[in-house]
Design a protein around this ligand. Structure first.
Ligand code: TPP
Ligand code: MG
Length: 375
């Protein structure tokens, strides 16, 4: 086991993890009260991976994540009350209440989202790193994504360019063993995800993502290589989400015992105990951390509740429109009825046969006969 850092750093790591945990527990409660709308993906259990990573980043570094990033924003320094207000859809939220849970964004803190498309944040990370390179900045981009995202085309495309162009980017896969309800064994041919980018010249390592100190050390080295050697690497951190994929997950794909087993090695409890055992922190300080987290989260809810809803006449602000008048570009420009080629009866014969037979049969000897031609 790696040595503990100084007491101040341990206190800060514990405080950040505890704050995120309390925040997310409360976000779950507020969602059930229908105060927070849309989808809600909680990362409870994944705090050591998040905080271990951000604790070794510089202010000028970029972080980009997925739709499970309330904790990432808070770990980067975004005020919890602004994240809560975003969940509530209020004007004081990080995106003025227009993004919600999946789209937390804080440019000032260089937290670049919050991204709903699985794997969609990877090419953006490469782009951010390219921009730093172009502008001669010393910043590194840290890109965090799920095990499921490692199967997307974006993964390979991004690894290729990151390696080819020697971009200052660092990749961290938060392997929580599932992509929605599908386990890694069932969704990835290569289950050692740290090896998945080797073919592109990007080496990887596996670590215990429940150990904040192990994450810290490994990420610090990855960031150093990205910054000093322009060498992107891939870290696979084993972690676990205690809650379902989203707030609406019946969790039929895993046993209660599996969840409890992971909860027994809870990253926050384990770290607090370790600090107490090593006499780095006292019981009193650990309690203080919990009380402060409670206070901040209570204040965040009060703030979010008293923040106004966006004004109705601001509905079309910040939308992409071609014309001066705000509106629904696709319908504005064309008439709303179906256009040429959009009606089913205009579908070419071959396409209809394929659709009826199921596209899976396309090109197979016992599939339907497909005629050449058609428009
Ligand atoms: C391109 C794309 N495909 C599918 C989805 C639906 N979807 C949302 S989350 C998810 C699972 C992703 O799992 P993983 O990358 O392991 O991240 P985790 O949710 O475990 O943090 C899927 C398939 C999506 N949002 N985007
Ligand atoms: Mg996952």
């Amino acid at each position: 086991m790696l040595d503990l850092p100084d007491a101040g750093t341990c206190y800060e790591l514990l405080a950040r993890m505890s704050l995120i945990r309390r925040f997310e527990e409360e976000a779950g409660r507020q969602y059930q009260r229908a105060k927070a709308g849309g989808f809600l993906h909680l990362g409870i259990g994944e705090e050591a991976t998040i905080v271990g990573t951000t604790s070794v980043m510089r202010d000028e570094d970029y972080l980009i994540g997925t739709y499970r990033t309330h904790g990432h924003a808070i770990a980067r320094g975004t005020e919890p009350k602004r994240v809560m207000a975003e969940l509530f859809g209020r004007v004081d939220g990080t995106s003025g209440g227009r993004g919600g849970s999946m789209h937390i964004f804080d440019r000032e803190k260089r937290f670049m989202g919050g991204y709903g498309i699985v794997g969609g944040n990877l090419p953006i990370a490469a782009g951010l790193a390219l921009s730093s390179e172009y502008k001669g900045e010393d910043a590194v981009t840290v890109c965090m994504f799920g095990d499921g995202a490692s199967n997307t085309g974006n993964f390979g495309e991004t690894m290729n360019l990151a390696a080819l162009w020697s971009l200052p980017v660092f990749f961290l896969v938060e392997n929580n063993l599932y992509g929605m309800g599908t386990s890694v064994e069932r969704h990835s041919a290569q289950t050692d995800l740290s090896k998945k980018a080797e073919g592109y010249g990007i080496s990887g390592e596996r670590i215990d993502g429940m150990d904040v100190i192990a994450v810290r050390e490994a990420v610090a080295e990855g960031i150093r290589q990205a910054r000093e050697e322009r060498r992107p690497t891939l870290l696979e951190a084993f972690t676990y989400r205690y809650r379902g994929h989203s707030a609406a997950d019946p969790e039929v794909y895993r046993e209660r015992e599996e969840v409890e087993e992971w909860q027994r090695k809870d990253p926050i409890e384990a770290f607090a105990q370790r600090c107490i055992d090593a006499d780095v922190l006292g019981e009193r300080e650990v309690q203080e951390v919990r009380d402060k987290a409670d206070e901040q989260v209570t204040a965040a809810v009060e703030f979010a509740e008293s923040s106004p809803e966006p004004a109705l006449d601001s509905l079309y602000e910040s939308l992409y429109v071609v014309e001066e008048e705000a509106g629904w570009y696709a319908v504005d420009e064309r008439s709303p009825e179906p256009h040429r080629g959009e009606r089913e009866e205009q579908m070419p014969q071959a396409a209809r046969e394929l659709a009826e037979a199921g596209a899976a049969y396309g090109g197979q000897p016992d599939g339907p006969e497909v005629e050449e031609g058609g428009d």
